[in-house]
Design a protein around this ligand. Structure first.
Ligand code: ADP
Ligand code: MG
Length: 462
């Protein structure tokens, strides 16, 4: 018997048999690391990518705690979307086969409220759902969370991206302080760290790196003469055609110049640096994160606020003097098992910086002749989304679901055409696909274009 076997855990033999019947003969890495703590009742932060078996990591733990004779909600699982909640519900039902009489209720938007209310009245032990609908039930008094012993935040980073932070905090306030809290996230940005500090009690952190290829960064260096620098940059875009990238520059003036240059060559770029006002900085970061800008041109300092999961490329318009800064810059690509590319321009005068990087990495830098790059005539790079700003926000009690609801309901957009929603105190941003931006604008500008029953003013940010 290895320690990776489920029978090494303090769970019932019926559950071990059930797991075997599901074909789960060995624990996955995150289960082997996380389950012992979950079963001890500890709070947990688990970092692992999709498909690593996170659901059973919390599911097996939840199920051992449920008292089927008590008809109240004892476990609550928050998921970012209806689809993910469905998946989690299905997996939990399979895991619950060995524990008879456990009732699980799914509470997601887009489904009739009354039916959910009726299921809750019949008594539910486990609730799985999306934050918006769960909060609706709480505010209408159809759900009580005072008996919750375990709270799970699944895909916490995605819930943050979708602007659910306030709603989640409100839900958590309705649960007992003496509860077990388990938080799962593929990434661990500052907002998640902050949330963990606030809602977890002495948590254990487990982290599983991708089991296959580690994140790989392909690094290439290109020697240029100073006057060629900008045209070389263009060649890099034409050849590699990254959908999302950051171009690092040295100075604020350089950032503005390079962004303007790219823009003039049909590459959708925005500059970010310390001279922008906070409001402008926020706007640029929002637009880049919600994919309505393809290229961000940044100084090292300005890029600090950047939290992007999948940058396809990092481009050094100029190399930094310090090799550690180079490592830090390129670490923004190739995350979570994906291959990223790091492209660096250097002049003969800057050759010492390349040397420094070689010494730091203990391996030679690959210098690629610029002539080998494919030129693509008429190449353009347009971001797939456009950001719309709404003059309504948290102070107007607007929630992501309200904007989503207006756009998918009356405006006739499909959910897949709507991207990230960011709610601020006095305004909100929503990203929509380029092809439907006019439809969305027209809807909001029409007489029935309302959010939370209120007419609002909108504008496209360009
Ligand atoms: P995640 O939430 O990390 O993306 P899931 O919990 O959805 O991953 O699990 C991914 C898949 O792996 C599911 O189909 C699940 O049934 C399966 N799975 C989970 N744990 C095991 C295991 N120990 N052995 C075999 N398959 C497993
Ligand atoms: Mg999952």
């Amino acid at each position: 018997m290895t320690s990776d076997s489920f029978s090494s855990l303090p769970i019932s033999s019926a559950q071990v048999a059930n797991l075997n019947s599901l074909g789960y003969t060995q624990m996955t890495a995150i289960q082997a690391q996380g389950l012992p703590y979950v079963l001890q009742g500890r709070d947990l932060i688990a970092k692992a990518k999709t498909g690593s078996g996170k659901t059973a990591t919390f599911g097996i733990g939840l199920l051992t705690q449920i008292n089927p004779r008590f008809f109240g909600v004892q476990a609550l699982v928050l998921c970012p979307t209806r689809e993910l909640a469905d998946q989690v519900g299905k997996e939990l039902r399979k895991l619950a086969r060995s524990t008879p009489n456990i009732k699980l209720v799914l509470l997601c938007g887009g489904k009739p409220f009354a039916a959910q209310k009726a299921s809750l009245e019949h008594g539910a032990h486990i609730v799985v759902g999306t934050p918006g609908r769960i909060q609706d039930h709480l505010s209408r008094g159809t759900l009580t969370l005072t008996g919750v012993q375990a709270l799970v935040l699944d895909e916490a980073d995605r819930m943050m991206d979708m602007g659910f932070i306030d709603v989640i905090n409100e839900i958590i306030e309705q649960t007992p302080e003496q509860r077990q809290t388990l938080l799962f996230s593929a990434t661990y940005p500052a907002a998640i760290k902050k949330m963990c500090a606030a809602i977890l009690n002495d948590p254990v952190t487990v982290s599983v790196e991708s089991e296959h290829a580690d994140s790989v960064i392909e690094q290439s260096f290109f020697q240029v003469k100073e006057p060629q620098r900008k045209s070389a940059l263009l060649s890099l875009f034409e050849h590699y055609q990254p959908e999302t990238s950051v171009v690092f520059c040295h100075t604020k003036i350089q950032c503005d110049e390079v962004a303007r240059f790219l823009h003039n060559h049909q590459i959708d770029a925005l500059a970010i640096h310390g001279d922008l006002e906070q409001r402008e900085r926020d706007q640029v970061l929002v637009r880049f994160a919600n994919r309505s800008c393809a290229v961000l041109v940044a100084t090292d300092v300005a890029a600090r606020g950047l939290d992007i999961k999948s940058l396809q490329a990092v481009i050094n318009f100029e190399l930094p003097h310090d090799p550690d800064i180079y490592v830090h810059r390129i670490g923004r690509t190739g995350r979570a098992g994906e291959t990223g590319i790091a492209l660096s321009l250097f002049t003969p005068q800057e050759h010492l910086r390349v040397k420094g990087i070689e010494e730091n990495q203990h391996k030679p830098c690959v210098v690629v002749p610029l002539e080998t790059l494919k030129a693509t005539r008429g190449f353009t790079l347009q971001a797939p989304m456009v950001t719309i700003q709404l003059d309504s926000g948290r102070k107007n009690k607007v929630r992501p679901g309200d904007i989503l609801g207006a756009l998918t309901g009356d405006a006739g957009l499909s959910g897949s055409q709507i991207g990230k929603i960011d709610i601020y105190d006095l305004f909100s941003f929503v990203a929509v696909e380029l092809t439907v931006v006019n439809k969305a604008l027209k809807y909001f500008q029409s007489e029935n274009g309302k959010v939370k029953g209120r007419s609002i003013r909108v504008r496209k940010i360009a």
